[in-house]
Design a protein around this ligand. Sequence first.
Ligand SMILES: [Zn+2]
Length: 353
Amino acid sequence: MQLSNLIRLVAVLALTLAPVLRCSAEVNEVAKLAPEVYFHEGDLKAHGHCNNGWIILEDYVLVIDGNFPSGAKEIIPKIKAITDKPIRFAFDTHHHGDHAYGNQVWVENGATPIAHVGALDEMKKDETGHFGDKPGRWEDAAKTRPDVAASKLKPPTLLYKSEMIFDDGKHRVELLHFGVAHTHGDGWAWLPNEKILFTGDACVNGPYNYTGDGNIGDWIKTLEAVKKLGAKTVCPGHGPVGGAELLDDQHAYFTALTAEVKKLTGKDPSEVKQSVEGIRETLKKQERIARYVGDFFPAQVEKVFVELGGKPFLPKTASVDDHADHGVAQGTAPKFRPRSVIRTNAAPVRAGK
Ligand SMILES: [Zn+2]
């Protein structure tokens, strides 16, 4: 090979491998966390995409999270650029659109969607259109997302109750369930050898806690159980990858929120609603949890208040906000939804959950 060709080849290789070998995660870039273990922070802002991970086992690839159809199409070429091994499994950490609506794309690429049984139960509840009833969340998302409209809902067909284990002698991936958190069917992918944990939206890194389908009281207990795994690297459902402190911060956020709302026990819902901004300021002053305070905040306060025995806010605001935000979070209406019409507090809206 001529020297000039060799230089060109080295340059091309360097350019090709650079994003793969980089360890600090950037949105839409592949981050290598350990040999054969990868993390990819999805473009939430522009496309509503969730984060993904994948593990290259001896004979196949296991992907963490189905993403939206467009999110699945975003990362499949990135996986194929790294390995020739077939993508056999796509693990939905839960049933939400940005984590499971890409299932059909994975199936078309040879993979089987996996989830905790609870995720399928949740899907049966929310995806009424698919299960023979009135239009559900999928149909709602399809109105504004061409990728959803062009695909179809594919519920997970491989299910586990307490755990499912992949082990090729080198890598071990345990799909686990620790109880109710972000939803009633949250699955976690734990790699005990590397001490890497993929959390789905049960742990996020930023203001993305959508609480409408879960239970914050249970969520705190679930996080306590998960912390005992001893993860060193935590890959959240949204936001950048972090260390063990991520689980602590997520736990601290809900604990602090609950403590503040508890002080209002027995109050009228309208008074609690008026206290929302005050609580927001209090929590924002706490450095480790300030980044969790965002647009879902009023709904989170209401959620805790109701869980503690209080009545929902009236007129029906926070829960309506929550549902609308959920649509945004799923990327159904990142730009077009007239937010001020729906929301009573006219805080700026950020996609995410
Ligand atoms: Zn979610």
